[in-house]
Design a protein around this ligand. Sequence first.
Ligand code: NAP
Ligand code: GFB
Length: 324
Amino acid sequence: MDSQTKADPMRVLVTGGSGLVGKAIEHVVKQEGGCLEGEQWTFLSSKEANFVDLQQTRAVFEKYRPTHVIHLAAKVGGLYLHMKENLHFLRDNLRINDNVLQTSHERGVTKVVSCLSSCIFPDKTTYPIDESMIHNGPPHDSNFGYSHAKRMIDIQNRGYFAQHGRRYTAVIPTNVYGPYDNFNFENGHVLSALMHKTYAAKKEGTPLQVWGSGTPRRQFIYSLDVARLFLWVLREYDEIDPIILSVGEEEELPIKDAVEMIADALDFKGQIVFDTSKSDGQMKKTASNAKLRRYLPDFTFTPLSEGIKKTCDWFVNNYDIART
Ligand code: NAP
Ligand code: GFB
């Protein structure tokens, strides 16, 4: 039997609650009035339960008895980690997702909102990409493992609806950045890795090494914006089909423009070098936010330069605790 009747307040379990997106949701819930009266929100890290393991997954669901799940937990990394560990990304994420979704179903969780990514779309495609195109062809080769595992969430959501009437859905953010990101030089995503590299280059008086040509284009979304949209999806969005969370197509910009914003934010005046021996990855993955705009025409996104400044300030002020 479902663990909630309509009148009961939600008990929300956030898997991956200690990461970039999880911390942003925690901020919106605790600091921006995102929690309604009577609701219980639990933010999990992998220390409390490793979702690769089914027994640990079942135990933590037994402990918290969630009515709703925001499923963020995943093996995550930037382009260069994906290129080294595609198989690992595939296997861990397939297991994590199956364990979380099936345990949610078995325990009668009313709604699960999982997290896909715009890198899972077909590599050879027309632009802009929209929600109907996820399964239209192979993803970019650099992250085929992660992408196929993520695509299966969408398939599984459809299965839970078709066979059991469950309303499990997913969001598709573009490249996310913000406080609590992984700022590791090798494994982080582009903005966080380059913030750390710029900080170090300034301190050491060395040139900033940007990997690749700087010409690939990306749409970046600030983690707090993702978090605000997640709460809307949890409470209001009723489709099984996923929804892209993105700034508009016109906001897509080359990596080298974002590098200049980071240099400005950290007041870096040294030389900027592009190491073209490193892969560029996917040249673009321009996503449409038309569906989101139909639901939320007035949602305001944090401008990229402002989000980069806030994230750089957070990184400098929290260097001791930041993931580096
Ligand atoms: P993140 O900062 O690396 O956080 C990952 C979270 O997952 C952490 O809380 C981590 O816990 C947890 N986790 C990892 N492996 C786990 C395991 N085996 N068992 C339990 N928990 C585990 O990543 P993020 O950027 O916040 O990503 C959150 C979600 O957004 C992911 O599903 C990701 O695919 C998706 N997404 C991210 C981006 C992006 O640009 N960052 C873009 C699109 C979609 P510990 O820290 O305790 O290990
Ligand atoms: O964020 P990122 O690693 O991943 O960005 P993707 C890669 C792009 O940034 C490439 C350039 O064009 C790189 O050449 N870049 C420049 C750098 N300097 C650096 C650097 O120091 N570190 C990194 N990482 N990149 C990801 C997927 O693709 O998309 C993930 O791999 C995730 O799975 C994310 O879903 C949203 O945007 O290429």
